[in-house]
Design a protein around this ligand. Sequence first.
Ligand code: SIN
Length: 493
Amino acid sequence: MASTAASIFNLKDTSLLHTQGFIDGQWVDAKEGAKISVTNPATTEEIGQVPEMGIAETKEAIEAASKAFKTWSKTTAKHRHDILMKFFALMKEHEDDLARIITLENGKPLADAKGENTYSASYLEWFAEEAVRTYGEVIPSAMSNLRNIVVKQPIGVVSILTPWNFPSAMITRKLGAALAAGCTAVIKPPAETPFSCLALVELANRAGIPPGVINVVTTNANIQEVGKELCVNPLVKKVSFTGSTGVAKLLYGYASSTLKKVSIEAGGNAPFIVFDDADIDAAVEGAIACKFRGSGQTCVCANRIYVQSSVYAEFASRLAERVAAFKVGDGLDSETTHGPLIHERAIAKVEHHVEDAISRGAQIIHGGKRLSRTGSFFAPTILSDVPADAVINFEETFGPVAALTKFETEEEVLKLANDTPFGLAGYFFSRDVGRVWRVAEALEVGMVGTNTGLLSQAVIPFGGIKESGLGREGSKYGVEDYMNIKFIAFGGL
Ligand code: SIN
């Protein structure tokens, strides 16, 4: 562990900070010794380095996972339950340190980082409980001398590729399901936030996960070839990815070479609709939670906010009052309510969306520009009268910009809301029970929030339709994505 990194992280349990990859139960450097510099987005300062690994290390990690699968897949579900519950308990025990790591590498405020740790740990608890319920079936036979049995078996080695916006929860959402099912894993954490992943592996080891069951390959410059290897290697049987739709399409193409099972949670462009019969206070609170969670950097954040004309002015002014009270700053500062964006590329995209909307006639109600301080900070922004042809209506912003558009009728807003290739989440506020059913059914998304701006929990089937993804994570469906269904005909009775 580099001593500078140790002093920056200042953890109670210093052994949670690892600066090496993890293959076959060993902490390892890159064969060629290259390093990735990891920075704090709130200060732009380097907080540590991890190895720049490549194809050779990736192949070793896959081989280790394949070897470990032979024994891990044969353990009892109760054994895997017990280990996952220990892992869960360790995450709770070390929540202060784990939250600090998240804040330092991702930028989100400490309170949000603690919230992420709770959310992240809940996937381990949930999948521990699911491990012992991966039931098979007996199907009534069409032949008198035959009995039909269905069993579920772990799929094999899983490649897990995760984003930086939830450095911990996006790993446990996949890893918890994989381990519960009896699969082994190679994780490629994001180059921006590798330390949360490495700390989780430390805790997994303490919980009793055997060598080779979890492996971690850190990479940045070599991401193209490492990503490809994780998808084409014949020893890998499933790929689970959360990230942009562009990268998802590339990985899906690679994985098709060996017809691997694929789970994808990709970009969203969530509509958030406020009808004139809504509780406006609740709608404003919902919009704050939904739009500005993680400073707008979640796949389920509202991207397009449609407000019915008779309540538009009231909603806009109340939203502006709430946003004006935000304290934007370093996540380690206890006053901070909203942290930085992850890097300069994120700022550039947000700037482009705001400038484009303004050039087409939108007005700024609040914010509108980057903050003149060190770090990648953009002012929480509200845009009014955003026209239908603005780029922000077609692309995910992944930043703190609330783009408001007025509408007149339910029919009109449903057309606008569904006019996108994406279909992850959608939200609306209404107190008319008939409308609640109609709109919930009509929105072309995988997840709907009615009268709420937050829906994420381990117990729900998280995922999208259209170009937002394949498969579901969390819930009783999540573990099934890591299992094969096998039919066994019992003859000769
Ligand atoms: C994501 O942004 O991909 C996940 C968000 C969540 O789990 O709530």
